[in-house]
Structure formats: C-alpha cells, structure tokens
Write a protein that binds this ligand. Structure first.
Ligand code: FAD
Length: 454
C-alpha cells in the first residue's frame, strides 16, 4: 500500500456513522472541535438504515392492518382490508431516506467533515481511508455490530434471510421459520404473522426474549401462539437443507431430532462487534470475555485518547444507549464532568402489544441477592388502556426496594414503549415511591398505570 502524504489533522476522528458516531460528531462539532466522521456505508448506521427505523416503519403498517381487520371491536365497519407489500417497503425506504437526510443536514450545520470510505486504524492518532492518512488528537470508535451467522450444518447451501432481506421482502412468504426468539426475531414474527405468513420461531433457551421479564415474555408468547405462531423452545437447530419444497430445519429437543419446513428461513441469533480487518484489534484494547471493548464511565478504553461507544461496547446493543454513551464521550473529551449510567436503559419489543422493561428484572435481583417486593397489576387499571384495548389484557409489574425505591418496571401493553420512560426516569433518579407519587400525570393516559401500581 502506498500512502498519500497529505495528512489532515483533526481534534477528533470518529469511525462509524451510526447513532453513536453521528451523535458524537454533532455534539463535538457543535462544541467547536474539528471533527472528521468516517462511514463506510450509509450515515445513520444499522439503526436508521436496517434496524430500529425500518423495522418500526413496517411494524406500524402491520399494526394499521391489524387495527383495520379488527376495527369492528370498536364498532367501526371495514371490508376487504388488504395491503400492498411493495408500497409498504417503498414507504419504509422513504422514511429512512428522510431521516438520514436530516442527520446529514445536522452534521453539516455542526461543521462536521464527513468522509465516506472504510477506515483502517493505523494507531491511536492515525486513521487510513483509501490510502490517505488522517491524524487526530482523540479517536472515537463506533463501528457497531453485525449479524452472527451460526455454523449450522448445511447452512452454506441454503438461501436464508437475514433481517436485511426480511426488511426488503416485496413478496410475502407463505411460511417462515425464524431461528432466534430474541427481540429482532419476535419483531419479525409479529410483522409476518400480522400480514398472514405462517410463522415458526425456534429458540434454544427455555423462553423467548432472554433478559426481559420472564413471566411477561411467556404471556407475549402465548398471545402470539393464539394468533398462530408456532414456538419451539429449548430447541437447538442442528441442520439445514433446501430443496424445491422449501427449507428444512432440523432441530434437537430433549435428545430427539425433528424437522420443520417452510418457504423461507430468517436467521436472528445475535450480533457481534465489528472489529475485524479494520485495525481495531491491533490497538490491543482490553476486551470483555464476549469480545466487546472495555470502557470506563467516560467511555474511555484502556488506551488513553481512544474512546468507544455503541454496540462495540456490548452494554446493551441499543441505539439509545449508543446515543447517551456518545454524549458522555464527547463531554470527557471536552473536559466536562459526566459519566455513563446503565441503571435505567429501557428495552422495548415492538410487537403488538408492545413489551418494555427498564431496570432490574426478578432474575437480576435474585442473582444479585437484592431484597425487593413486587407489585403486579393488570393494565385494565388504566382507563385509557381499557378505552383503547378492547378485549386485550396487559400487565404492569414494578419491583420496589426495601427502602421504597423503584428498582425495575415491566409493561406488556400498548404503548409500553412510550410510558416506560416515566419508570426509567424514576429509576435513574433513584426516586422513592413517595417522590414518584408527587408527579402529576395527565388523565386519562396509560402512564397513570404506574401511579395505580404504587
Ligand atoms: C433489525 C434490527 C432492529 C433494531 N431495532 C432497534 C430498536 O428498535 N431500538 C434500538 O434501540 N435498537 C435497535 N437495534 C439496534 C441498533 O440498531 C443498534 O444498537 C445501533 O445501531 C448501534 O449503534 P452504533 O452507532 O453503535 O452502531 P451501528 O449503527 O452499527 O453503526 C456503525 C457504523 O459503523 C460503520 N463502520 C463499521 N466499520 C467501519 C469502518 N472500518 N470504517 C468506516 N465505517 C465503519 C458501519 O457501516 C455502520 O454504519 C436494532 C438492530 C437491528 C439489526
């Protein structure tokens, strides 16, 4: 490789233009730092281009379709409800384009220099893109994560989908097997089930949605089972085979091998940090056992001047965590006091109904030996929920410490994604039940459920 010698120096180089990278770039640029943001694909990263936003856009179309189909529950008559999948996908692409453009405009307004190209880290102060060297005082790594493709027997001969293919599918498969009952797997199960595909979910663990409240995960699974989704739990996929009849998935359960067949197969078994072939490994940063990069509360790695944010840290693999981490990193670079807290990171599954949780689960409390009491009430305690959810059950569960602080909150029912922030604020601010009850919540809202529970 011959390196061109016009070395450009910036105060901050950011590698990766996803939520971590673009948030940091905007914040650092707005604060007056000279910032170079390097992105090898599309600004917006996984979140905007192939993750959070496209999934939620398609899921919203599916929800409108569901609502139209079941409108008679609310005394509204509809007939011939149908959908146009290519138009749904086109709308999804339009939403993505609009939001990506918004980020690009913000970056320019903050005087960030954006470079499209693949960055190779040379050392902690030098990055190479297309044979050109760029130097920096501080380096921020935000290269994110990528889909794990498990080494299942026969996988190389099978035409499987990842989430990217599923997002762009313009023809509805008659049947779909999803390997992995985590958040991504369940959101796609919900989407394709709503549109009429026969969906099967195979999960290795004994419950879907590992890490979320187990009891509510089971309720959600039972709800989708009623709608026709088939679940195989504690089932390990061992082989794949494809012929003209479809894709055949062999799996082991209780030491017995069985097989299921479907037209399409979607693999959603997890994500791994992006750090191969980009020079990050050569920095020899301290890593966790699972291969993520270790950072302190200021998002600084084991090498001074090198900061890491987003999925690469492996803290939660969520965009909102990445965004907050990015702000903390920029504050550290600017010498402003700040630190990252993972006390109240909300996790949401955008199924219909939505399922959200923040703070501790029963399992984490028990494993940490923290004393707690639990309040579990039906969502029917909220008048607004009853008005808008005919014939639908939901639950709100709160864990309270011995000194009356809220430790964890878990909600199954719409709009869990919106109301969970209330509980998240209470947990992050370490509010007591008495503090929380002093907050006046508008009536009627589903968020009143927390006051009802306390
Ligand atoms: C299907 C799906 C749905 C999701 N839904 C949600 C959701 O609803 N809510 C939520 O919070 N999270 C969701 N996520 C997770 C979310 O997308 C990630 O947590 C988030 O994108 C992480 O942000 P990041 O900035 O760390 O990395 P990324 O968004 O992965 O961005 C990293 C960027 O770095 C670039 N890059 C990598 N290497 C280099 C290099 N050498 N040079 C230049 N550029 C490079 C990549 O091209 C990429 O654009 C979802 C993920 C998926 C896959």
């Amino acid at each position: 490789m011959t390196l061109k010698s016009n070395i450009m120096k910036h105060q901050l180089i950011i590698v990766g233009g996803g939520p971590a990278g673009y948030t940091a770039a905007e914040a650092a640029g707005a604060a007056g730092l000279s910032v170079l943001l390097i992105e090898k694909n599309n600004i917006g990263g996984v979140c905007l281009n192939e993750g959070c936003i496209p999934t939620k856009t398609l899921l919203y179309s599916a929800k409108i379709h569901d609502n139209a189909k079941h409108a008679s529950k609310y005394a509204v008559q509809t007939s011939d409800v149908s959908f146009d999948l290519p138009k749904m996908v086109a709308r999804k692409n339009k939403v993505v384009r609009k939001l990506v453009l918004g980020i690009k405009n913000k970056l320019s307004a903050c005087n960030v220099t954006t470079l499209i190209g693949e960055a190779i880290i040379v050392d902690k102060n030098t990055v190479c893109v297309d044979d050109k060297l760029y130097q920096c005082d501080n380096l921020l790594l935000c290269t994110g994560s990528e889909t794990v493709i498990p080494p299942i027997n026969g996988i190389e001969d099978v035409d499987f989908w990842t989430h990217r293919d599923a997002l762009d599918a313009k023809e509805l498969p008659s049947s779909l097997t999803i390997i992995g009952g985590g958040v991504i797997g369940m959101e796609f199960a919900s989407y394709f089930n709503s549109l009429g595909t026969k969906v099967t979910v195979i999960e290795m663990m004994d419950e879907i949605l590992t890490g979320m409240d187990r009891e509510l995960s089971a309720y959600l699974r039972q709800e989708y089972a009623k709608r026709g989704v088939q679940f195989y739990l504690e089932s390990k996929v061992t082989s794949l085979m494809q012929n003209e009849e479809g894709i055949h998935v062999g799996y082991e359960k209780d030491e017995t091998t069985s097989s299921i067949s479907s037209e399409k197969l979607l693999i959603c078994v997890g994500r791994r940090p992006v750090m191969n072939d980009n020079g990050i490994k050569q920095l020899h940063l301290e890593q966790t056992a699972r291969g993520h990069i270790v950072v302190n509360e200021q998002m600084q790695s084991s090498l001074s001047g090198v900061y890491v944010c987003g999925d690469l840290t492996g803290h939660s693999l969520l965009a909102h965590t990445a965004v907050r981490e990015a702000e903390v990193a920029v504050h550290a670079i600017l010498g402003k006091e700040d630190k990252m807290s993972y006390l109240a990171i909300p996790g949401v599954v955008y199924t219909n109904p939505e399922f959200a949780g923040v703070g501790q689960t029963e399992e984490t409390l028990q494993s940490k030996g923290i004393a707690y009491s639990t309040v579990n009430i039906p969502m029917a305690y909220s008048g607004r929920f009853v008005a808008e959810n005919e014939g639908v059950n939901g639950y709100c569960k709160l864990h309270i410490s011995d000194d009356n602080r809220i430790l964890g909150a878990h909600v199954l029912g719409n709009p869990a994604s919106e109301i969970i922030t209330l509980a998240g604020m209470a947990i992050e601010c370490q509010m007591t039940v008495a503090d929380f009850r002093k907050i006046v919540v508008p009536h009627p809202t589903v968020g009143e459920i927390f006051r009802e529970a306390l």
